[in-house]
Design a protein around this ligand. Structure first.
Ligand SMILES: [Zn+2]
Length: 426
């Protein structure tokens, strides 16, 4: 554990303030995006105290997207000359056009450092063999996990371009002790192992670490992975435009924010005010070392609960029970697929016969399910289902209902009928 992880809060905050002050000196003279954005705040650039951060405007993802559209291809959130940048990644584009993110060597080293906190939290050591079961492409997460494992001193094995059986065999052959993949993929690997008669208990994997989607902090999902993989399962939270900000500790019931490298605020989305311990709100983050492509007061859209600063593991970093609970906006996650009501609307509206519709959200165990009620002729249902399947890779039950039976709206339509239990948020 690093010294700062268990330090008193005033020391952690002093460290964050010093980093911010350094960052502003680097960013402001050279970074066109933030120089423009903060042009009205020139007086507060000194950052006399950490609380001054809250006087700065939020950064929204759509601002980064608009900036890249205005200054293609990389946008203007660049602190250094283009020749200083050594890596390019991009977001999945689930919510629209993918965002490109560039890193300098310094920023890339910072990513790796953030991941060492993930491995420390999962009690991974230099003696471990870390296997990354992921098809390495433009998505940043597992590249950073790979760099972090190397930096941590573990033997690091990339498992791209392999099918599940090949991965299982490779893990067996190299004696992998740590498996890094998405939570869904861990379940898939276990399924394939079962089909092939491979007993995962005979493999040397004792730890699994999950990134790329939520799941490892959902108790039922975590238990299932642990049972099937005969391992202890840890979560990691991060995003391309921000960094790897969260990691599980031995408590394994959520994530700590890595406050050496990020300043976290949890704000009530309705009032914009900080929530109290025990309450949920939107996570707003500032990174403290990715000066090549910084994100200041970035509205992550992630819904989290403030879990205080005391943890049985000894860390005094902010704890988020349950990790990232979901999106603060309206994204739904159905069988591992991110579904936006706007994407459903986009598909439904391709059919002129479709009048009104309603999305019904329910929860079965830890997983969300959706069904649709659509005002359309019953004969159209198979076509809509096929279109949804092609676009979202999801089979959605659809009930055709007669015209004019669903509510109509004049302003701010509410087409999502959320029937999930509310306990997680209130
Ligand atoms: Zn802890």
């Amino acid at each position: 554990m690093s010294q700062l992880e268990t330090a008193p809060r005033d020391l952690i905050e002093a460290h964050q303030l010093a980093r911010l002050q350094l960052g502003f000196k680097r960013i402001l003279p050279n970074n066109r995006f933030y120089a423009q954005k903060l042009s009205n705040q020139r007086d507060s650039f000194e950052m006399a105290q950490l609380q001054d951060l809250s006087s700065l405007p939020f950064t929204l993802k759509r601002e980064f997207v608009a900036d890249q559209a205005a200054y293609p291809p990389f946008g203007s959130n660049l602190t250094y000359a283009l020749s200083e940048y050594i890596r390019l990644h991009q977001t999945s584009g689930t919510t629209g056009r993918p965002l490109k993110v560039l890193d300098t060597q310094e920023s890339w080293d910072w990513w790796a450092e953030c991941w060492t906190a993930v491995y420390r939290g999962a009690e991974v050591t230099r003696d471990d063999v870390v296997f990354l079961a992921f098809g390495f492409g433009p998505f940043i997460g597992f590249w950073a996990a790979y760099e972090g494992a190397k930096r941590h001193g573990a033997l690091t094995v990339p498992g791209g371009s392999m099918d599940s059986l090949q991965r299982l065999r490779a893990m067996q052959e190299v004696g992998a002790t740590v498996l890094v993949c998405t939570p869904s993929y861990a379940l898939r690997l276990a399924e394939v192992a079962q089909e092939q008669g491979i007993d995962l208990g005979n493999l040397s994997v004792r730890t699994t670490i999950h990134a790329g989607e939520r799941g490892a902090s959902i108790p039922a999902t975590r238990h299932r992975i642990e049972q099937l993989c005969h391992a202890r399962t840890y979560d990691q939270a991060g995003m391309s435009e921000m960094g790897a900000f969260g990691f599980s500790c031995s408590r394994r019931q959520g994530v700590h924010v890595n406050e050496a490298e990020f300043v976290a605020e949890i704000l009530d989305p309705r009032t914009g005010q900080p929530v109290h311990e025990g309450q949920a709100g939107e996570l707003v983050l500032t990174n403290l070392g990715r000066w090549g492509s910084p994100a200041l007061r970035y509205r992550t859209g992630d819904l989290v609960r403030h879990g205080g600063y005391h943890c049985p593991c000894g860390r005094s970093y902010l704890f988020l029970p349950g990790g990232v609970l979901g999106r603060a906006d309206d994204m739904l996650i159905v069988r591992g697929v991110n579904v936006y009501p706007s994407a459903l609307a986009d598909i439904l509206h391709r059919f002129p016969e479709v009048q009104e519709y309603r999305i019904i959200v329910t929860r079965a165990g830890a997983l969300d399910e959706i069904a649709l009620q659509v005002e359309c002729p019953p004969s159209l249902v198979p076509d809509i289902q096929e279109e949804l399947h092609v676009a979202l890779n999801l089979r959605v039950p659809i009930e055709a209902v007669p015209p004019d039976t669903l509510p109509r709206f004049e302003l701010k339509a509410k087409r999502v009928d959320d029937r999930r239990p509310k306990s997680r948020l209130d």
